[in-house]
Design a protein around this ligand. Structure first.
Ligand code: ADP
Ligand code: MN
Length: 175
């Protein structure tokens, strides 16, 4: 099995899908936990309520693992030099609802929704050597999202090529 990334804007449903896949017997690496455990969390940015992660250090430490094939979940996983990158997507209104329910501040909701509208992670993933897939979780349950993820893992995800999502009509509302 190759190295597979489950990435996407916070709130798109990566962790929920990963949990379901674990229940089905897949081993999934939690990249946020890996970053914390390996002391890779940078300075706290109180203004943006976030912490910067040094991507080069993260890549270096991750590449020291003895097992190279894995499924990795986290919004920075597409920077690991994966063979396959699956970008989780979600409609801005639904994403905002999920992030508010999580207790995010309005500025943090906006920052993440804007990133989703601008396809930030998809563009970052396109810059890598990986094969890129996309899963729109807007109308899916975590279980259905896990089904689609399993298709990709089994090499049956050919229909999930990027380009089916386009949130640009939501621009006016969020910018
Ligand atoms: P991520 O790991 O991408 O940040 P999570 O899996 O933590 O996203 O999900 C964010 C929130 O959205 C959680 O409250 C979760 O219950 C909810 N959620 C996740 N996936 C779905 C889904 N497919 N349908 C509805 N709600 C979802
Ligand atoms: Mn998560």
């Amino acid at each position: 099995m190759p190295l597979i990334a489950m990435t996407g804007t916070p709130g798109t449903g990566k962790t929920s899908a990963a949990e379901r896949l674990r229940q089905r017997g897949y081993e999934i690496i939690d990249l946020n936990a890996f970053i914390a455990e390996n002391g890779l969390l940078g300075e706290e940015d109180t203004e943006r309520d976030t912490r910067e992660v040094d991507i080069d250090s993260m890549r270096t430490v991750f590449s020291r693992r003895d097992k190279l094939s894995a499924i990795v979940e986290g919004h920075l996983s597409h920077f690991l030099g994966c063979d396959i990158v699956v970008v989780f997507r979600c409609h801005p209104d639904v994403l905002a609802g999920r992030l508010r329910a999580r207790g995010y501040s309005e500025s943090k909701v906006r920052e993440n929704v804007q990133a989703e509208i601008l396809d930030v992670i998809l563009c970052e993933a396109d810059g890598s050597k990986a094969r890129v897939f996309e899963i729109d979780t807007t109308d899916l349950t975590p279980e259905e999202t896990a089904d689609k993820m399993e298709d990709v893992i089994k090499g049956k995800g050919d229909h999930q090529v990027p380009g089916s999502t386009d949130w640009s009509e939501e621009n006016e509302k969020w910018f």
